[in-house]
Every structure is written in C-alpha cells, then in structure tokens.
Design a protein around this ligand. Structure first.
Ligand code: NAD
Length: 374
C-alpha cells in the first residue's frame, strides 16, 4: 500500500514559499488508531488493552450480519449485538442502547458502521462514560471528533465533550469494500469538506493544515480508483486513510459556512447527509474563495485542479455523484427559507454571511451549476 505521503510532492514544491506560522493553540486529542487491511483481527486485543471484558456491539439493522461476526470473534467478551443505530441518533435509541448495555453487563461498546453508529456510541459514552471502540465503515470521520449529536422531539442538539471521543479506532479498509460506489464517493466528499473548511478555520494551525492537505490528496486519488474498482483494497486503504485525516481536522478546528449550510439543509429539509455535503461543498468554496485564497490554493494543489471550487465539482460530477439539490428532491420554493435559516445565528466565516449571496449560492447548488460558470 502506498497511501502515506500523498501530498508530499506538491508540498515540497511549496516549501520555498514556507511562511512563518501565525500564533496558534493546538490541543491534540488522544485516541489510539489501529490501521490496516485485516486489522479487525486485533479487536479482542484492543478490548483487552482498555481493561474491558464485555463489549456491546452496535450497528444498524443493515450491518447486523457483520456485527454478529464480531460477536463470534469476541466470543465470551461479546455482551451482545444492538442493531438500533439510525441516522441523527434519536434520544430514544440512545436510551435503549444504554439500557441494553446495563442489562447485559457491558463495560465497553464497539461501534461498527458509519457516522450514525459511531454517533450512537458517543451518546452512550456521554451518559455512562463507557469506553468506545469505533470501527468505521464509511468516511464520515465522526470517530475522530469529540462532537456528538442527539435528536429529541425533532430537534438535533449537538455538543462537544471529550468523554465521547472513541478510545480506540480500528480502521480496516476491507470493511469498506462493500460500500456502494455512489455512497463511497459522496461519503468521501463529506470527509473532504472537513479538510477544506479546516484550511481556512479561524483556529487553524499548521499541523492540521498539513493533515487536511494530505487528506484531500488521499481522496482525490482514491475516488477514481474506487469507481474503477470498488473492491480494490489499496484504493479503500487510501480512502480510509483520508477519512482518518479529514476526521482529525474536523475534531481539532472549527468549521464554517459549508457545515452550517449542510446542517441546515439536513436538519430542516431532511436531505441526506453525505449527498448534501457533496453538492454544497464546491459552492461554499466558491463563496469563500475571495476571502481565503491560501486555503483555496492548497485545496486545488491537493486535488490536482486549477481551482478549488471547480475541481471539487468536477471530482463529484465525473464520478457519478449528485451535483444538484433538486436531484435530492429539494423544492425550489424552499430556497428562501433555507437562506433565512443559514443567515440567522451569526457564526464565524472567512467571508461575512450575506443573505443575498447565500440565496444565490443555494440557487446554484439547487440547479447544479458548476462554479466558474456563474
Ligand atoms: P450512516 O452511518 O448513516 O450510514 C449510511 C448507511 O450506510 C447505513 O444504512 C449503514 O448501515 C450503511 N453502511 C455503512 N457502512 C457500510 C458499508 N461498509 N457497506 C455497506 N453499507 C454500509 O452514514 P454516514 O454518512 O457515515 O454518517 C452520517 C451521520 O454521521 C450523520 O448523522 C452525521 O451528522 C454524523 N456525523 C457526525 C460527525 C461528528 O463528528 N459527530 C462527523 C461526521 C458525520
């Protein structure tokens, strides 16, 4: 596997321009990462290293068979399988999972799946303090962040707490070989959004910017490879390596316009998470381009494109991902309300949030116009 050092060549070309870093504060989050094809075999060892004896395995109904395989692997150290993970972590599902963990005498939880399952693990950890082992099978990156979200009475509350950060993350690329190609591309773009916004974050730092650039480069290379050959373990390794890096950026620096827009569209209009990120990302970059030229240059360099926004759009479109919100079923009539919501509750963004410009951005994202063509 040749994943590491992907952005190395372009970075060394840029070393001549290396500038003295601005002042920054960087707090590293401690999580143990076990990476590599076949690393699932180390699960029992990792549970032991946490000093745990009985693991409740969490999954969605669709991934139950794989979770049961883990239970067989853990034998007496498996407390059972809970397959109630669903999108947006309903409080009721978290309560049921916690009750199940207590009833079965679990002293840790293993979350096998994407952001929804890892999110369920976090909701358990938040209340009970149970250590979580995450085994990500998508590229969403939640496993590397102390951010949690729980939905109660139709409202998703998010917060940050070091307690929810998984203690160990096992990245086994073989587990993502069956991820459908279209979802692989949108999940990759979801991850790339963390890195792209991390490069212009208000609290960015040189280490996370390196990580972001490397993560973007990993995905720019992996996406075409996965589309060509979905079961190519080297391509899946590269993508999962990118997921780790981009998730790390999300966990360490603040996000801005793009994540706010996706949160609004997902929460208020029930649009699917990864697809929504894929469509909005190029337009959010186009919006911020004038205010964050250095970040745009680094994104473009990492993905091998002339410009960041157009390059991200092409990466999605050329690999079969949706590029228009209307194709997700969003009504044009909802764009005004979406713009109002996105422009309310001020938050930091490199370019000030202007309601008229946000409305135009949403119109372009809705119609699927390529940035640069408007
Ligand atoms: P997901 O976890 O909802 O998974 C989508 C579907 O894909 C599920 O049905 C799942 O069973 C299936 N799936 C997962 N892996 C598979 C595989 N390898 N093969 C076949 N099917 C597979 O989707 P997601 O995009 O990973 O996560 C989205 C959620 O994660 C959102 O709710 C989002 O808010 C959250 N998230 C949170 C953070 C954070 O830091 N807190 C970060 C990113 C995403």
């Amino acid at each position: 596997m040749t994943a590491p050092g992907l952005a190395g060549q372009s970075r060394s070309q840029g070393l001549g321009e290396l500038q003295a870093p601005d002042a920054f504060v960087y707090t590293a989050h401690a999580a143990r990462v076990v990476f590599g094809a076949g690393s699932l075999r180390d699960l029992e060892r990792e549970v032991d290293l946490l000093g745990c004896r009985r693991a409740l395995i969490l999954c969605t109904p669709g991934q139950r068979r794989h979770a049961e395989d883990l239970a067989v692997r853990l034998a007496a150290k498996a407390a059972g399988v809970f397959d109630g993970a669903v999108m947006h972590v309903p409080a009721e599902a978290a309560r049921r999972a916690r009750d199940e963990a207590r009833r079965r005498g679990a002293d840790c939880a293993v979350a096998l799946g994407g952001g929804s399952t890892v999110g369920l693990g976090k909701a358990i950890a938040l209340e009970s303090g149970l250590p979580i082992v995450a085994i990500p099978t998508t590229y969403a990156g939640s496993e590397m962040t102390p951010i949690y979200g729980i939905t109660e009475n139709g409202v998703k509350k998010t917060g940050k707490d070091a307690k929810v950060l998984p203690r160990t993350v096992i990245y086994d690329p073989e587990l993502s070989c069956g991820l459908p190609v279209c979802f692989s591309v949108t999940s990759a773009m979801n991850a790339m959004a963390h890195a792209a916004e991390g490069l212009y974050a208000q609290d960015r730092n040189p280490v996370m910017s390196l990580v972001a650039e490397e993560g973007l480069a990993a995905f720019a290379r992996a996406i075409p490879e996965i589309v060509r050959s979905p079961r190519d373990v080297a391509a899946r390794s590269r993508a999962l390596y990118g997921a780790w890096l981009c998730g790390t950026v999300l966990g360490n620096v603040g996000m801005a316009l793009h994540h706010k827009l996706c949160h609004t569209l997902g929460g208020s209009f029930n649009l699917p998470h990864a697809e929504c990120h894929t469509i909005v990302l190029p337009h959010a970059m186009a919006y911020n381009a004038v205010a964050a030229p250095d970040a745009m240059a680094r994104i473009a360099r990492a993905i091998g494109a002339r410009d960041a926004a157009g390059g991200l759009y092409d990466l999605a479109r050329d690999h079969g991902a949706p590029v228009a919100l209307r194709d997700l079923g969003m009504a044009e009539a909802d764009l005004d309300r979406a713009a109002d919501l996105a422009a309310s509750n001020p938050y930091w963004n490199p370019r000030p949030i202007e309601r008229t410009a946000i409305r135009a951005l949403l119109q372009n994202a809705w119609a699927g116009v390529r940035p640069g063509d408007y």
